[in-house]
Design a protein around this ligand. Sequence first.
Ligand code: FAD
Length: 276
Amino acid sequence: MPNSVPVSFEFFPPKTDAGYEKLLNVHSELKAADPEFFSVTYGAGGSTQERTISTVIELNQRGVQTAPHLSCIGATEATLTDLLDRYKDAGIRRIVALRGDLPSGMGGTGGDFRYAADLVRFIRERYDDTFKLEVAAYPEMHPQAPNFDRDVDNFVAKANAGANTAITQYFYSVDAYVHFVSEVRKRDCHIDIVPGIMPITQVSNLIRFSDACGADIPRWLRKQLEACGDDSARIQSIGLEVVSSLCRELINAGAPALHFYTMNRSEPSLAIIDRL
Ligand code: FAD
């Protein structure tokens, strides 16, 4: 099914064999939408890292390129070189390069890297153009940034260090995206900035997650969703309407592609793509 804009889909590494089997089905269903790539998240300093690696390598053999997310916080150059060599040998050619967040209780940062820009620079120096590098962008500002302008400067530093494209944190305000892109362009940075799209299927998790990662759920939307109570059919119907319309407006505003946070499910993203 050709799309009006390219799409990509993000997974997290399943914790169980059953979750893995389910992911393989979801992967086949999403392949029908002809994605440009899939990506698999990576827990900084966490115990799921090996699962990311095996999932990425397996999915990459199934016909559509798959990009591992790779975080550098707490990592050493030696361990990242081992991992990048493994990915290179397995035919991986795209990496989502991140700083990451250490799980609480893991103390200071340690490791050889401080920011995602350091990781991008490191990969470019060691691996030249072997990998296409994606980085993270925050239209509503990264929660730890001192102010918006500094955050945009720090984003542009990742592009200048060698990132090819960016994927944003999810958001529900087209204006936030348009403003962010325009601030980036003012700094003479012209890499593609692809909106990250979070389908809405559930309210309490979305609110909790959004509070943690600094994504704003506008008051009009939060109130509408909260008023649904436990009526999940109604939540999904409002979610589909709101997020499809967001995607349409983003495409009209010039978004070069859409990256879906699938939460390892196919229907919510496919329903939105069908509406487009
Ligand atoms: P950076 O770009 O390094 O920025 C982090 C903060 O440091 C920002 O506030 C920035 O303004 C500031 N900063 C940058 N450079 C400097 C500097 N030179 N001086 C001072 N301040 C500076 N997390 C995971 O653990 N695993 C994942 O798989 C994962 N996938 C993600 C995918 C996407 C598309 C996005 C948007 C986020 C993802 N995250 C993931 C979350 C991400 O790791 C966190 O948001 C993390 O806090 C920041 O990572 P970053 O790569 O954006 O960091």
